[in-house]
Design a protein around this ligand. Structure first.
Ligand code: NAD
Length: 485
């Protein structure tokens, strides 16, 4: 089935003159959708619609918003098999991961439906006599939500869920290669009863529609997830707009996973395989640097190679596949470019190392393990965003910690050890927003904050109760009342 998509502005479908065909990365002969590529005028229409909707939506009752989020979550849960298959067909992750992601999106919406009912404020006496003080949170305004393609259901859920819960209007600009998931996401909210204009969808390329969104004076905040390079452009555009915008950015990672001599080898290997290669390694939290101490290194590499030989790579919708293709031809070229560079710099390929041919023509790549990787090599420093991990040898725990922190990124960091003291030390000293003990760097909960340090993140944390810091604005109200009546 081929979907014909549109923008959704003011609750209605809006077509576009220029369109693009969205190809299934597992089978390039399969066209998933035809999507419009929007322009600045489409974005301006969406912003005008959000401006018109904001007044009544921002004053809507908590229960109205709560019920809409719950109904949207329920539809996602009910349709998770169908939507998960669409996600897999469009993005390329295997169908079990696609279904799991839709379920996660629904759970995230459920969380924010509940969390908004717990929104309280503070009240207390002023430092001045006969004056009371109230601190409350109000909606921020119109929010631009700009998302990547690698989690086309769950990232929109963790941004748009809290934005709507706290009474904001949203302009949603998804990645250009996953418009069908975005279109379904928005239509679910409209069916759930969201008034026209509260959530608008504008499809197209970032430089055209995304840039207009970031520069528009009526947009109060932009929540972005994507690459560091795009983040820099978005930050510049937001800074140039007047009045200044609130900005939240979640970006790349080059996440270290330390395996110490005393680690549970089987657990570490399972963690490294899933953290490095599942979702085809296209996760900002992927375990891409495996930092290993000397006594376990040989056994770890041998076990990894054996385990990787058993991985089944194939069409995302085939039940036996454990790893699907890369998301696009561009991703394939990028990943292969890094693997070629790694070989050129002197790292050795222990497993994988090139594209794969499967039963259908697609962007398949063999999960790849580099050994003899020096920490200064490009494969050890840049985010590759594919199924590529490199083993870096450390002489001891202190050296491993120094290597782990020697990166411009700071999203997630993991350690495998049976030593409580080392695990605790690592938790305190890892320069990362999320730290894992005997777990891979990937895999986070939705009810607690998510985000990183250094080049990985900017602005308030996403998810959990801290999400309100971005999506609401504080008001402090003082009232004088005479002590006599
Ligand atoms: P990308 O930066 O190329 O694009 C992200 C989004 O920004 C897309 O919607 C794109 O159209 C838009 N965009 C591009 N240029 C723009 C501009 N000038 N103005 C406004 N919008 C613009 O990223 P991608 O390739 O879609 O995703 C991969 C990246 O996302 C990786 O670096 C990955 O680490 C990161 N990521 C981070 C997290 C996290 O939470 N830290 C999660 C998932 C992905």
């Amino acid at each position: 089935m081929r979907f014909t998509l549109s923008h959704i502005i003011d609750g209605a479908p809006v077509g576009g003159a220029a369109t693009v065909a969205i190809v299934n990365p597992s089978d390039t002969g399969d066209i998933v959708a035809i999507a419009p590529t929007g322009d600045a005028d489409d974005m301006l229409a969406a912003i005008a619609s959000a401006q018109a909707a904001f007044g009544s939506w921002s004053r809507s009752g908590l229960i109205e918003r709560h019920d809409i989020l719950r109904r949207a979550a329920a539809e996602m849960m009910d349709r998770r098999a169908e939507l998960g298959a669409l996600l897999s067909r469009e993005e390329g992750k295997i169908v079990a991961e696609g279904v799991g992601e839709v379920l996660r999106a629904a759970q995230t919406l459920e969380f924010f439906a509940g969390d908004m009912l717990r929104l309280g404020g503070e009240a207390g006496p002023s430092v001045r006599p006969n004056v009371s003080v109230q601190v409350t949170r109000e909606p921020l305004g119109i929010i631009g939500v700009i998302t990547p393609w690698n989690f086309p259901f769950s990232i929109p859920a963790w941004k748009i869920g809290p934005a709507l819960a706290w009474g904001n209007c949203v302009i949603f600009k998804p990645a250009a290669n996953t418009p069908a998931c975005a279109y379904e996401f928005v239509r679910i909210f409209l069916r759930a009863g969201l008034p026209p204009g509260v959530l608008n969808l504008v499809l197209g390329r970032g430089a055209a529609v995304g840039d207009t969104l970031c520069r528009h004076a009526a947009v109060a905040g932009v929540s972005f997830t994507g690459s560091v390079e795009t983040g820099a452009r978005i930050a510049a555009a937001c800074a140039a707009s007047s009045p200044p915008k609130r900005l939240q950015m979640e970006m790349g990672g080059k996440n270290p996973m330390i395996v110490l001599d005393d680690a549970d080898l089987d657990r570490a290997v399972e963690g490294a395989v899933s953290g490095s290669f599942y979702s085809t390694g296209q996760r900002c939290t992927a375990s891409s640097r495996l930092i290993v101490t000397p006594s376990i290194r040989k056994r770890f590499v041998a076990a990894m190679v054996e385990r990787m030989a058993a991985l089944k790579i194939g069409h995302a919708l085939d039940a036996y596949s454990q790893i699907g293709p890369l998301a696009s031809a561009d991703q394939l070229a990028l990943v292969d470019g890094y693997v070629v560079a790694g070989k050129g710099e002197g790292a050795k390929v222990a497993a994988g190392g090139g594209p794969l041919v499967c039963r259908t023509p697609g962007y398949y790549y063999a999960p790849t393990l580099f050994v003899d990787t020096a920490p200064g090599m490009r494969i050890a420093r840049d985010e590759i965003f594919g199924p590529v991990a490199c083993v870096i040898e450390a002489s001891n725990y202190e050296h491993a910690l120094a290597l782990a922190n020697d990166t411009s990124f700071g999203l997630s960091a993991a350690i495998y050890t049976e030593s409580l003291a080392r695990a605790e030390h690592f938790k305190r000293n890892a320069e990362a927003g999320m730290v894992m003990g005997n777990l891979p760097t990937s895999g986070a909960d939705y009810h607690v904050p998510f985000g990183g340090r250094k080049a990985s993140s900017f602005g308030p944390r996403e998810q959990g109760a801290t999400a309100r810091e971005f999506y609401s604005i504080v008001k402090t109200a003082y009232t004088y009342a005479s002590p006599t009546v």
